[in-house]
Ligand binder design. Sequence first.
Ligand code: MV4
Length: 660
Amino acid sequence: MSRITSVLIANRGEIAARVMRTARRMGLGTVAVYSDADANALHVASADQAVHIGPAPARESYLIGAKIIEAAKATGANAIHPGYGFLSENAGFADAVAAAGLIFIGPPASAIRAMGGKSEAKALMETAGVPLVPGYHGEDQDDALLAGEAARIGFPVLIKASAGGGGKGMKVANSADEFPAALASAKREAKASFGDDRVLIEKYLARPRHVEIQVFADSHGNCVYLFERDCSIQRRHQKVVEEAPAPGMDPAVRARMGQAAVAAAKAIGYVGAGTVEFLLDTDGSFYFMEMNTRLQVEHPVTEKITGQDLVEWQLLVAAGGPLPLTQEQLTINGHAIEVRLYAEDPAKGFLPQTGTLAHLRFPEQGDHVRVDTGVRTGDAISIFYDPMIAKLIVWDKDRPSAVRRLEKALAETEVAGLNANVPFLSAVASHPGFLSADLDTRFIERYEADLLPASVAPSAEVLALFSLGLTLSRRSGGNDPWDAVGGLLLNLPAVDSIEWREPGEEGASHKVDVTWARAGFTVTAIGRTLPVSGRLATDGTLSASLDGRKVTARWVRWGDHVTLFHAGGTHNLTLVDPHAGAHADHGGHGRLTAPMPGKVIALLVEEGATVTKGQPVIVLEAMKMEHTLKAPSDGTVTHLRFQVGEQVSEGVELVGFEAG
Ligand code: MV4
C-alpha cells in the first residue's frame, strides 16, 4: 500500500475538473497544471495548487511529461492522474512517472504497450480466447493470397490498414470482382496515411453496434466488469451519444461479453480502469475491436447505473487497495445517457468553432442530471484543444424516462457566443429512431436529413422577440422603459427599423419595424404586425407578451450577434449595421479566408483554374481534423497565397477569386 496524499492532474478541461472533484471529496491534495491559454480555467481555480507548464500548444505544455513530473515534485504531489487523451496512453510517460518515484494512476506501462499496436493486440486477444472478427491478419501481403483469404472469409469483406485505426482507409469489397480494386485503394490510402501499406481482411459487419465493457482490475488479481456502454451513435469516429446499459442487451450476451473483457484484461496483467471495445452484430455475436488503457470520456454513464465513482476506484487501486466491490455486488440500476456538447457547427460540416462563451447555462443538476464541464461563461474555446464544452449525463429508472430527461436537459442548455451542437443533439434525442433504439454505427448517416435539417427562416414571432429584446436592451439599460420614466418616453423615435441577417454567407435578411405604442410596441415583420411588450432582465430573460400570449425566452447579445433561446430551440441572427459599408468580409464573395489557424495540407486547384461554387479548393489541417474549404462562388482562381505545409492564421486570405 503506497498512500496517496496529493494528486496532480496532468490534463485540462472537464476531465481535470472532474478528477479534482473526487480527489477533493477523498481529502487528497490537488495540483493542477496549466498552459498560457488556461491560466483562468476552472480546473486551475478548483485546485489547491497550480503550476504553469508552458505555451498553449499541447506539444509545448500538456504533452511534455518532464514538465509534469517536475510540477509534481515541486508541489509534493505523489501521484499523477493523466485523464484521457494527452499522455494517458503513453507508456513512456507511465514509466517516467514510476521512475520518478511517483504513482501513475493507470495501468502498468507494459499493458499500455501491449494494447498500443492494433494487430499485436488482436493476436494477444486471440490467444486469450477473446472472439475476433473472422479474418486474415498475416504478414504475407501477396495480392493473390489476400484474394484467396477474402474468398475463404466470404464476401462482403472489409479491408483495413494494419497500422491504422479510427476507421481511416477502410474499404468494403462486396464480391471477388470488386476485391482487386478495393485492395489497391486500401493499400494506397494506408501508405499515404500511415506510411505502411500492410492490410488485414475481415468479414464485414453491415450494421454493427459499438458496445464496450468497462473493466477494473486491482493489484491483487481481482478483475470485474462494470457492464457495458453502447456508443454506436458516432460521427467520423467521434462518439456523440453514449448510454448504459446497451438497449436490448441480452443478459447472456452481456455476461459473455463481460467475461471476454475480463479475460482480455487478465491476459495483459491489467491494473486499473480499462475499456474493451467490441463490435456487436445483429445476431448477438460480438468481436474484439480494441482495448483503451485509460478512463474513457463516457465513464459517467457507468457510474450512474452502478452508483460507483470510478475515479475513486482508480485512486484506491493505484494506492494498492483492493477493488471496492466484487462482481456479485455490482448491479445495474436504471438507464443513463451521455451527450457531448461541442463547439462545432453542424451546418458547416461540424467545423470546430473558436470564440468566447458569451453565455453558458446548464440544466439544474441532481439525481437525474449531471453536467461535467471545464468551462464557465466568458471562457474561450481555442484552437489548441478539443472543442468540448461539457458532457451532459442523465439517468432515470428506464430508457424511455432517461430519453425524456435528455430532451428536457438539452432544452435547458444554452450556449451563446459561438455555434454549438446543442440543436443537433436535441434532434438526435427526440428522433423516433433514437427512442426506438434503432442504433448502429450508421445512425447519423441514416437519419442525416432529420438530424441536420436545412435552417428554417425565423417566424414573425421569433423576429418580434429578437426585436423586442433589442429595443429593450437599447433603452435604459435593458429594463422596460415604461417603468423608467413612468410611461413617458423622451427623445425616442416613433419607429425603429431593424435589419436582421440569418447565419451563413448567403444568410437572408429580414427588416423589422418596431413602432412605439402606449402599452408597449407593435412589431411589423414579414408582412405581419404584432403587439408586443415585455421586460429584459440582466440575465437575458425576456418576459414578453406577444400578440396577447405570455412568452418567456432568453435573449443574449454577443457583438452584432444575438442568440434567442425559445421553446426549446436556439435561434441565431446578426444585426446588420445600417451604417456599415459592404458586408464585412469574412470569406464573402471573391475571398476565401481561413476559418481558424491551421496548416495547408493540399491545394486542389491550380492558379487560373475555373471553379464552380462549392468546389473543393484547399485543405487545412486544424484541431486534429482536415477541413476542406470550397469555392464561395463560381469564378477563376486568381492566386494561391500559400504552399502545402505552410501555417496560416485565422481570417487570412488563402485563395483569391474573380467571381463570375
Ligand atoms: C468494422 C466495421 C464493420 N465490419 N469492422 C471503425 C473504426 C474501428 N473502430 C473499427 N471500425 C469498424 N470496423 C468490420 N469487420 C465497422 C466499423 C465502423 C465503426 C465501428 C465502431 C464505431 C463506429 C464505426 C463507424 C464506422 C465503421
